[in-house]
Ligand binder design. Structure first.
Ligand SMILES: [Zn+2]
Length: 343
């Protein structure tokens, strides 16, 4: 180093042993008589290198940074009002740049270790909750789907692919890469034990990604996540005296009951049901939110146009139905809580 005109500051230096062994002895390393301390992980060019190169320290460090960014940006994003979902996604891209720094180096290892990928996912969840105006209790998997944010580990894999292609001088198609991310995301979605209600409403991520609404409102987010102003949800959190529906005899008031079943809201469902020609069911949500799938559309242009126009109308009607039901339900719940406080 000195022959190249470089100098090392021994008092600022530290070292890390890279090994697969569980038991090892840290070396007694001296430079100019100064002992160099051995650490579990050291920061090199912005990436934390740990003994086993598992990048768990790196994942934890960037997750802390990302959470700080979410906390600062989250103040600009109230659940009611505030910026549109596209703007929220743009603001939260800061979180992704923090999380994904140096991803080409660590993506494989982090994806392999559940602990590391979970740490990343939890930081990303905080951002997704803000983007999709969700209650704080919504699971990571559901929040990411509603916010249309692919899991960080999959995005890290894309960065690695891009870096490898650049090195090899090959061109990568953006569309193919996205299709690959959606395929992997769908596998995670199919296998997760979380978000059962959201999964029932939105089983197909590719269709949701391409044709789903650009904006998930506060009320729509409650309907799609199942976490919202429902007696069952409030009761499990000690905020309601019972899980039963206050408007009918049903013993459990949840998202399915409120949005699709309870007769108290039948007038609000009328328009959508007239358009469908039958009662609306949770299994209709995908068609109502995304329109008909391309494979189902006829090739005949005028007929295709009519089907698409009708689907667009139903999309608006369904969004209005959810807004009115959830908005009124919230007002009634606030009144109930006021009465309970007076008593
Ligand atoms: Zn009811």
């Amino acid at each position: 180093m000195t022959t190249n005109g470089l100098q090392l500051a021994p008092e600022k230096s530290e070292c890390v042993v890279l090994t697969n062994k569980k038991k090892f002895r840290n070396p007694d390393l001296f430079i100019h008589g100064h002992q160099i301390p051995s650490k579990r992980a050291i920061r090199y060019l912005g990436v934390q290198l740990d003994t086993r190169l598992s990048f768990i320290e790196h994942a934890s460090t960037v997750a802390v940074g990302a959470r700080k960014a979410v906390a600062a940006l989250g103040r600009l994003m109230p659940n009611v009002g505030g910026p549109t979902q596209v703007k929220r996604q743009l603001l939260m891209s800061v979180v992704h740049s923090r999380l994904l720094y140096g991803a080409a180096i660590w993506s494989e290892e982090v994806s392999r270790f559940q602990k590391s990928s979970n740490v990343m996912l939890q930081a990303q969840r905080c951002a997704a909750l803000r983007v999709a105006r969700c209650y704080r209790t919504v699971s990571d998997m559901a929040a990411l789907v509603l916010a249309k944010m692919p899991p960080a580990t999959l995005l890290a894999g894309v960065r690695k692919q891009i870096a490898a292609a650049k090195k090899a001088g090959a061109a990568l198609s953006k569309r193919d890469m996205m299709a690959d991310v959606l395929r992997r995301w769908q596998n995670l979605w199919d296998s997760t034990g979380k978000a059962a209600w959201t999964k029932r409403l939105i089983p197909n991520l590719s269709r949701w990604w391409q044709c789903g609404p650009r904006e998930v409102s506060y009320h729509m987010s409650q309907a799609l996540s199942g976490h919202g102003c429902y007696q069952n949800y409030l009761w499990t959190r000690n905020k309601a005296p019972s899980p039963a529906c206050p408007h009918c005899t049903a013993e459990v008031d949840d998202a399915e009951h409120t949005v699709f079943v309870c007769f108290f809201w039948s007038e609000e469902r009328k328009e959508v049901e007239q358009s469908l020609g039958r009662p609306v069911r949770p299994e209709d949500a995908m068609d109502l939110l995304c329109g008909p799938s391309a494979a189902e559309l006829p090739t005949e242009v005028p007929l295709r146009g009519r089907i698409l126009a009708a689907a667009e109308k139903r999309k608006v009607q369904f969004a209005q139905m959810v807004e009115v039901i959830m908005g009124r339900k919230e007002e009634l719940e606030r009144a109930r809580q006021r009465e309970a406080a007076v008593e």
